[in-house]
Ligand binder design. Structure first.
Ligand code: NAG
Ligand code: NAG
Ligand code: NAG
Ligand code: NAG
Ligand code: NAG
Ligand code: NAG
Length: 579
């Protein structure tokens, strides 16, 4: 048997050594990168307790793929006939052989405290570090610290015994760090350069985006508010982001006079700390409740509290463990696609398919780095897609700004708007609803970046957009201007989808569920006016000699910068009430 020497500096050596070990590494392609700002806090003591998440091999993958297609496609006779969580369990639950093998293995190591989920395809177990290191040869737990946050991770790859490899997709809690969001700093930097460029350096007064500006731009009237008590919407927070009810109340007092609304979040799932409110958390809640006005709102808060958990994974587990959930989820969270293993991304896609089969709409922010840039030492750079924005089973929201910042008029690309094409092969066979739209764009775009920067056959995003620039947010009782990012546009679209669900439920129709098949059919069905086409502007990318900071450019119809464009609410509502 090969053994890893216990020195982080020999990481490369270790990876080589493990390929000759008896046990296969599960996530060979998972890089270990300590993100900027985190410092190494030393090895964790053997008795320290860690919490690991075992993603057990599911069944029914092919069947689930077909089912998602059928229930999400308005042309299908099964459209809207969603599954209950129990039906999803019956479809995907691991085989008895898988459950037996994994439980025997864990019990053999004295691991007794495990929790499962309704669908039986995850196990979350607590154990001392010494046990975890025996269970997963190669792993070695260290602490990493950033401010008040601390996580426990293994800089070295882990393996599992040969006979377990076919039963486990991956083990969570070893390598991936929680991704972070920052909206405001970027906004300030941006505003400065922009005002210098466009307004000759004078500190430009700007209208700023408020709920009434959004409702005006997207043609929402006072009557466009939720009416049903049993409809709901949610946003998810990770990494110690809190909102305060008092901020929300003040925000609605300042900005909510023109429409019926609620001023309180109905349900918080998870842990809400007592600390200062986070800007992102305030933003999400305040804006999903402005377009999705008078709709019951939930917040999923810091699902992953244990320092060895992956908060995003913990949220996915919650979804698989709650039979009754809001129909719409707005999530502003993303990792660079190249920082994740293929096994992890495939499994996360499966989780989104499970959600889609239940009729949940999952919206992700497209990110704030345009096409992104992956620097390849000694080679050519490529764009850098963000995941789960690039997952084929979510609806991804990009960003725009007003063409004239003083008027509520046409929108152009917000140059930070995340977008592009998934670099790595589409993970699961999807009868892609978007293939035609993407093909048309790639054939007809007037200026495309060199094809070496992206993979023209990948899933392309975003799917649609909304304003992402210059929002007003109340946080810690203070109204702040100039908050920007697709973290703003995503809850705005989320609220509108929830409102359309309200109208559909009133008519006895099913909620919209996974939106993309319907979205990509709007034009074919003659609903051209359901979205305002955004055709101007390009987003950011690599600052190099070849592309010089420019990624893709918006154009007529769908594009990988703003998707299909921004909602014209009454028209979108009419179109989506039809099927
Ligand atoms: C899932 O829910 C059940 C029942 O409420 C609970 O016992 C279990 O601990 C939950 N699982 C996880 C991973 O939290
Ligand atoms: C929506 O707003 C635009 C611009 O304000 C306007 O031209 C249009 O007539 C409005 N109504 C509909 C249903 O599109
Ligand atoms: C808000 O929604 C509730 C149901 O949740 C409904 O009873 C009420 O009439 C709505 N408010 C307005 C102003 O329509
Ligand atoms: C929600 O309420 C409406 C109106 O009362 C009803 O028609 C619908 O069936 C309900 N939907 C669910 C999912 O309970
Ligand atoms: C980099 O790009 C140039 C021009 O597109 C190409 O000729 C060259 O082969 C590329 N180099 C590598 C290492 O891929
Ligand atoms: C691009 O995507 C295709 C399939 O969609 C895949 O086969 C190929 O490996 C990808 N290319 C790269 C460089 O990852």
């Amino acid at each position: 048997r090969c053994r890893c020497r216990r020195v982080p500096a020999v990481l490369a050596l270790c990876a080589v050594a493990w390929s000759c070990a008896a046990g296969p590494a599960l996530e060979r392609d998972q890089p270990f990168r300590v993100p900027p700002g985190w410092t190494h806090g030393g090895r964790v003591k053997p008795g320290h307790e860690v919490q690991l998440t075992f993603a057990l091999r599911q069944r029914g993958v092919g069947r689930l793929t077909q089912l998602v297609d059928a229930v999400s496609d308005p042309r299908s006779p099964r459209y809207g006939k969603y599954l209950s969580l129990e039906q999803v369990r019956d479809l995907v639950q691991p085989s008895p052989a898988t459950l037996m093998a994994v439980l025997k293995w864990l019990q053999g190591h004295g691991v007794e405290t495990c929790r499962s989920v309704t669908t039986l395809d995850f196990l979350e177990c607590r154990m001392p570090v010494s046990t975890a290191e025996r269970l997963l040869p190669g792993a070695e737990f260290h602490r990493y610290v950033k401010g008040q946050h601390s996580v426990v991770r293994s800089p070295l790859p882990y393996a599992v015994p040969e006979e377990l490899a076919e039963h486990i997709d991956f083990v969570g809690g070893l390598h991936r760090f929680p991704a972070e969001r920052k909206v405001v700093s970027r906004a300030w930097a941006k505003r400065e350069t922009e005002s210098r460029q466009h307004y000759g350096g004078r500190a430009a007064f700007h209208l700023g985006v408020t709920p009434s500006i959004l409702r005006k731009r997207y043609n929402m009237t006072g009557g466009d508010i939720g009416l049903l008590p049993n409809n709901s919407q949610a946003c998810a927070q990770f990494l110690e982001q809190y909102f305060h009810q008092a901020d929300l109340a003040e925000f609605m007092q300042l900005f909510g006079s023109s429409f019926g609304h609620r001023s309180e979040v109905d349900q918080v799932v998870g842990h809400q700390g007592k600390g200062k409110a986070g800007l992102e958390a305030s933003l999400d809640v305040e804006y999903i409740m402005s377009t999705g006005a008078n709709i019951s709102t939930w917040v999923f808060s810091n699902a992953g509290r244990h320092e060895s958990q992956e908060p995003f994974l913990a949220w996915l587990l919650l979804l698989s463990n709650m039979s009754s959930l809001p129909w719409v989820h707005s999530v502003s969270y993303g990792d660079d696609e190249d920082s994740l293993s293929r096994a992890y991304m495939e499994r996360v896609n499966m989780e989104f398919m499970k959600a889609a089969s239940r009729g949940l709409t999952i919206l992700f922010a497209s990110g704030d780095d345009g096409a992104g840039c992956r620097r390849v030492p000694g080679g050519n750079h490529t764009f850098r897609p963000s995941f789960p924005a690039s997952s084929p089973y979510v609806t991804t929201v990009g960003g725009t700004s007003f063409k004239n910042p003083f008027l509520v008029t046409a929108e152009v690309t917000d140059y930070i708007s995340g977008g592009g094409l998934q670099q790595r092969a589409p993970l699961l066979a999807l009868r892609s609803p978007q293939a035609a739209a993407v093909g048309r764009f790639l054939r007809s775009a007037s200026k495309l970046p060199p094809s070496s920067y992206y993979n023209s056959s990948g899933r392309a995003y975003p799917d649609l957009s909304a304003l992402s620039d210059n929002y007003w947010v109340v946080t810690n009782r203070i109204p702040l201007p100039w908050v920007s990012g697709t973290s703003a546009s995503t809850p705005v679209v989320g609220g509108m989808v929830a409102l359309i669900n309200d109208r559909r439920l009133q008519r006895g129709l099913a909620p919209l569920g996974f939106l993309n098949p319907a979205l990509y059919q709007l034009r074919e069905q003659g609903h051209d006016a359901a979205l305002y086409d955004v055709t101007q502007g390009c987003h950011l990318s690599c600052l190099d000699g070849t592309v010089q900071g420019q990624g893709f450019c918006a154009g007529p119809a769908w594009d990988p910068v703003t998707g299909w464009g921004t909602p014209n609410f009454p028209r979108l509502l009419r179109a989506l009430l039809a099927p």
